[in-house]
Design a protein around this ligand. Structure first.
Ligand code: FAD
Ligand code: NAD
Length: 467
C-alpha cells in the first residue's frame, strides 16, 4: 500500500468488515488506489448464498459457490490487506477497531489487535434467528453458511443409513426418514424443493425402499409460504409442493424441539389452538434472521442507535447514525429494504462510488487550502461545490425476486424497468432462475463451476456420500 494519493495528499484508510454480498460488492467496485484498504472477516471467501440450498444434496458442489476474497481483491487496482479475524469492538470516538483471531488462545499470545481507521464499513451480515425457542440451537441444522450445508448433508445421510437398519414400516425408521424444514420463506421453500428432488431422483435409484418412506414436511407459522412474493405465487408454490408430495403445515408455529420431536401449535379457523408433537429425523431451521452479536454490541455503544432492533440505523448515505465515519451495508443495516443479497450488492456498489467521490472531495479540499489567491480559491471552491453535489442518497432499484420450488419449477416476480412487473411460475421460470443465477455469479470461474455442476447432475445424478 502506498501512503499518498495521485494528488499528493495522504491516503485515508478504509476498513471493511465482512466478505459477504455487501463487502465483496464494495471491494469489487472500489478504486483501491485511492485509499489504504483492509478487509477483516473470519471467512476468507465470498459465499454465493442463492445457490446454498442446492449444496446439501450435491446439486451444487460447495467449492463451486465460493470465491476467495483475495481473488476479488487481486482484481482491484491496488493492494488490499486481508486479515482473517472477527471484529469484536469499535471505539467510534478514537476510530479504533478491535479484532480477534480465530485461535482460541490468540488473546493470551497477545494477538488481540487494534486497528485504526479513517472510515469503517460494517458489512457483517446477520445470524439465524432461533427466537430462543428451547432446543432449536442444540438440535436443528441451519442453512446460512457453507459449513451449515455440509452439516445438513451429514445429518441427512446419517438418518438414511440409520433408517436402513430398521425394518420397513417401523416407527423409528419412519421418524428417522421424516425431514422437517421450519420456515416458509425462500430459504425453507428452496431447500424443501431441493431435498425432495434428491429423494425422488437419486435416493430412489440407490435405496428405493428408503426413498418411498421419506417424508419431507415444511412448517410455516403464517397462512402461506413465500409471503414476500406476489399472492398468485403463494398458491403456485403450494400447489407444486402438493404435486411433489411435500407436506405443508401452515398456520403452525414451532415452540419446542427435542432430539426426536418438534412441538408446534396450529391456529385453527375457529381461533382455537391445537398442540402437535411431530417426530423427526432431520430438522432444518429456516425461520429468519436477526442481527449479529457484533451489530448489537455496536448499537449498544452509540446513543443515536437507541431503539434499533433490526440492525444499525443509517442515514440516506448509509452512514451509521451517531457517527461521522462509520458506514453499514447489507443485512446488518436497517434501511427499510429487505435483507437480501440484491440490496447488499447495490449498497456495496453505492459505497464504492461514494468513496471515489469522497476521495475527489478530499483532493479538492487540500487544493483549496493550498490556493494562493482569491481567484484560484473561487475556482477550486466551485469545483468542490460541484463535487459535493455529486454525493447522492442511496436509491434501491428492485430487479425482482426468484425462488426455486422443486420439481424443476421456479417462481419469479420480475420487474421490467419502472413501469411493469410480471409474476410467473413453472418450468420456463426455472430456466429464467438458472440463467439469472449464472449471470449473478461473481466470477467467470464460479459461473463455469456452477454450469458444470448442473450438467454433471443432469448426466450422472447426485451421490450418496456423507463427506
Ligand atoms: P453476508 O453475505 O452474510 O456476509 C457477512 C460477512 O461478515 C461474512 O463474510 C461473515 O463471515 C462476516 N462477519 C460476520 N461477523 C463478523 C465480524 N464480527 N467481523 C468481521 N466480519 C464478520 N438474497 C438474494 O437477494 N437472493 C437470493 O437468492 C438469496 N438467497 C439466499 C439463500 C440463502 C440460503 C440465504 C441464507 C440467504 C439468501 N439471500 C438471498 C440473502 C442474502 O444472502 C443476504 O441478504 C446477504 O448475504 C447479505 O449480505 P451481507 O454482506 O450483509 O452479509
Ligand atoms: P424469512 O424471514 O424470509 O422467512 C422465515 C419464515 O419462517 C417466515 O415465513 C416466518 O413466518 C417463519 N417462521 C418464523 N418462526 C417460525 C416458527 N417458530 N415456526 C414456524 N415458522 C416460523 O427467512 P429466509 O427464508 O431465511 O430469508 C431471509 C432473507 O433472505 C429474506 O430477506 C429473503 O428474501 C432472503 N432470501 C432470498 C432468497 C431468494 O430470493 N431466492 C432465498 C433465500 C433467502
Amino acid at each position: 500500500q502506498t501512503a499518498l494519493t495521485a494528488a499528493g495528499a495522504e491516503k485515508k484508510s478504509i476498513v471493511i468488515l465482512g466478505s459477504g454480498w455487501g463487502a465483496a460488492s464494495m471491494l469489487k467496485d472500489l478504486d483501491t488506489s485511492l485509499y489504504n484498504v483492509t478487509v477483516v472477516s473470519p471467512r476468507n471467501y465470498f459465499l454465493f448464498t442463492p445457490l446454498l440450498p442446492s449444496a446439501p444434496t450435491g446439486t451444487i458442489e460447495t467449492r463451486s459457490i465460493v470465491e476467495p476474497i483475495r481473488s476479488i481483491a487481486k482484481r482491484t487496482p491496488a493492494e488490499v490487506t486481508y486479515i482473517e479475524a472477527d471484529a469484536t469492538d469499535v471505539d467510534v470516538t478514537k476510530n479504533t477497531l478491535k479484532i480477534k483471531f480465530p485461535e482460541s488462545d490468540a488473546e493470551s499470545k497477545g494477538l488481540l489487535k487494534e486497528i485504526k481507521y479513517d472510515y469503517l464499513v460494517v458489512a457483517v451480515g446477520a445470524q439465524p434467528s432461533t427466537f430462543n425457542i428451547p432446543g432449536v440451537a442444540e438440535h436443528a441444522c441451519f442453512l446460512k453458511e457453507l459449513p451449515d450445508a455440509i452439516q445438513v448433508r451429514k445429518r441427512l445421510l446419517e438418518c438414511v443409513e440409520k433408517a436402513s437398519l430398521y425394518p420397513e414400516g417401523s416407527e423409528e425408521r419412519k421418524r428417522l426418514l421424516h425431514f422437517v424444514v421450519v420456515g416458509g420463506g425462500p430459504t425453507g421453500v428452496e431447500f424443501a424443493g431441493e431435498l425432495k428432488d434428491y429423494v425422488d431422483e437419486d435416493l430412489n435409484k440407490w435405496m428405493p425402499s428408503i426413498a418411498k418412506e421419506v417424508q419431507v414436511t415444511l412448517i410455516e407459522a403464517l397462512p402461506n409460504v413465500l409471503n414476500s412474493f406476489s399472492k398468485s405465487l403463494w398458491t403456485y408454490a403450494q400447489n407444486t409442493f402438493a404435486e411433489n408430495s411435500i407436506e405443508l403445515i401452515l398456520n403452525t408455529a414451532v415452540n419446542k424441539v427435542t432430539p426426536t420431536t418438534i412441538t408446534a401449535s396450529t391456529k385453527k379457523k375457529d381461533g382455537s389452538v391445537e398442540q402437535k408433537e411431530i417426530p423427526y429425523g432431520m430438522l432444518v431451521w429456516a425461520a429468519g434472521i436477526r442481527p449479529a452479536n457484533f451489530t448489537n454490541h455496536l448499537i449498544s455503544k452509540i446513543e443515536a442507535q437507541a431503539g434499533a432492533r433490526r440492525g444499525l440505523l443509517v442515514d440516506e448515505n448509509l452512514r451509521v447514525k451517531g457517527t461521522e465515519n462509520v458506514y453499514a451495508i447489507g443485512d446488518c443495516a436497517f434501511t427499510g429494504h429487505p435483507p437480501t443479497g440484491q440490496v447488499a450488492h447495490q449498497e456495496g456498489h453505492y459505497l464504492a462510488s461514494t468513496f471515489a467521490k469522497m476521495a475527489a472531495i478530499d483532493d479538492l479540499q487540500s487544493e483549496l487550502a493550498r490556493a494562493s489567491n482569491s481567484d484560484e480559491r473561487t475556482k477550486v471552491q466551485a469545483r468542490l461545490d460541484a463535487a459535493l453535489s455529486q454525493i447522492k442518497p442511496f436509491k434501491y432499484n428492485h430487479l425482482g425476486s426468484l425462488s426455486y420450488v422443486g420439481g424443476e419449477k421456479a417462481v419469479a416476480d420480475l420487474v421490467w424497468g419502472s413501469f411493469s412487473s410480471t409474476s410467473t411460475g413453472g418450468a420456463f421460470t426455472y430456466l429464467i432462475w438458472r440463467s439469472s443465477y449464472i449471470a449473478m455469479c461473481i466470477s467467470a470461474r464460479m459461473r463455469a463451476l456452477v454450469a458444470a455442476d448442473w450438467l454433471k447432475v443432469s448426466l450422472l445424478g447426485r451421490d450418496l456420500t456423507n463427506d
